[in-house]
Every structure is written in structure tokens, then in C-alpha cells.
Design a protein around this ligand. Sequence first.
Ligand SMILES: [Zn+2]
Ligand SMILES: [Zn+2]
Length: 243
Amino acid sequence: MSWRSSIQTVVQTLYPTSCLLCGTTVEGTSGLCGKCWLHSPFIAGLTCNSCGTPLPGQSLEDETCDDCLTTPRPWSAARACLVYEQNARRLIWDLKYSDRAEIATAAGGWLHAALRPILPENPIIMPIPLHWTRLLKRKYNQSALLSKALSDVGKFEHQPELLKRIKRTPSLVGLDYEERQSCLKGAMRMSPTKAKIAKGRNIVLVDDVMTTGATLAAATEACLTQDVGSVSAVFLARTSKND
Ligand SMILES: [Zn+2]
Ligand SMILES: [Zn+2]
């Protein structure tokens, strides 16, 4: 076996060989069997250009949802793979709390497909960071697993250490946009020793879920202090209006 084919084998074995949701044997890199794929709320069709939420109808223009019209976003554009409901909730819960890193490996391809319409030139991919105390408790940052998987699929530059969470924030669950925004004030910044890497470059931030967008706004603002070219984002899931 040549070194090329042995590397190929290693890469392939990292992809889940059984469906992430039902355990049926699956082939290829999608991670889900046909039935579970159809029953998962993947986003297709028209979406808000700013946050990736699905919109009704069709349009040839960039459209913006009501939320993004009332809360202008500091980032350029964003997309999501799934609506945060049903199977998407289950996958994200398992990725975060059940040590199921293979979910991120399969999601690399989903993120790549979702990002494609807004993919900037020569991007740097970065996860939304966790504070080190939370990282110690959780052992890994699920967003960094997702950003690594996306970078592997797209062969993009991955910089998981560039953006840092320097302030510990309480759980944001149940808080509205303004409350989250005040908790997140000054919570993130670019690493002073590495920030020059990002100068003039197009940043793509990766997170598991976008809820109000306050975390993404704080991360974007931290990037924009460093004279980057642009900031866009991609998430595994976007909460629906009723969340
Ligand atoms: Zn299945
Ligand atoms: Zn929107």
C-alpha cells in the first residue's frame, strides 16, 4: 500500500460508518442514512443573507429577515446547515455533551455546502472560543471540532487559537439580545501575538448554534478591531423564530 492510499484509509475511517441518528450502516461521508437525512431539518432554498434563517418564497436578491433588519449585524453574511429543532437538537446535544466527535467530522461537509454561496476568497476559519475554565470542564470546544472539520473538507487555513475568550460569562440561556450583549462586552479578543495573521484576511467564524446572534456579534467585533478584510459565519444550526 502506497503512502497516499494509506492516508486515504486513515481519513475515511474517521468518518462515521453508521448513521449518526439511527445506527444503520452508511457509506460515503454524509453521516446520515437516507431516511434520517430526509427527517432532519436541513435548510434549503431562500435564506436571510445575514443569519441563514429560512425565508419563504424565492428571490434573486440578497434578502434580510426581520430580526436582522431590527438588529443590524456587524458581520457580512452567514449561513446555517439546519434549523435548530428535532434531529438537529439531538445531534448538537450529542456533539456537546456525549463526546461524539464523529458528528463534527460528518458536519464538516454540511458546513462546507452551507458556506459555499457566501465563501470569501482565501478564508481563515476560526471557532467561537470557549473560556479556558469552561474548556477544562467540557474537555473540548465543539465549535473547534466543527471548524477543524470544515477546514479539512475545504482545505482552508484553520486558526483555532487566534480568537480568545478572555472573560468568563455566565450561561446565556433565557437572556434576550441586549442582556447577552452586556454579558459579552469585552469577552473576546484576538491573540495579541498572532493577530497580524488576520490582517486584511477574510474570516469565517464557526459555531454550533446561532440564537440571538449576540455571541457572534461580540466575536465579529473582536475580529474587526484587527483590520481584517471581512467576517462571515457558518453554524450547524439556527434557532427558529419561536425559540
Ligand atoms: Zn439513520
Ligand atoms: Zn436574519
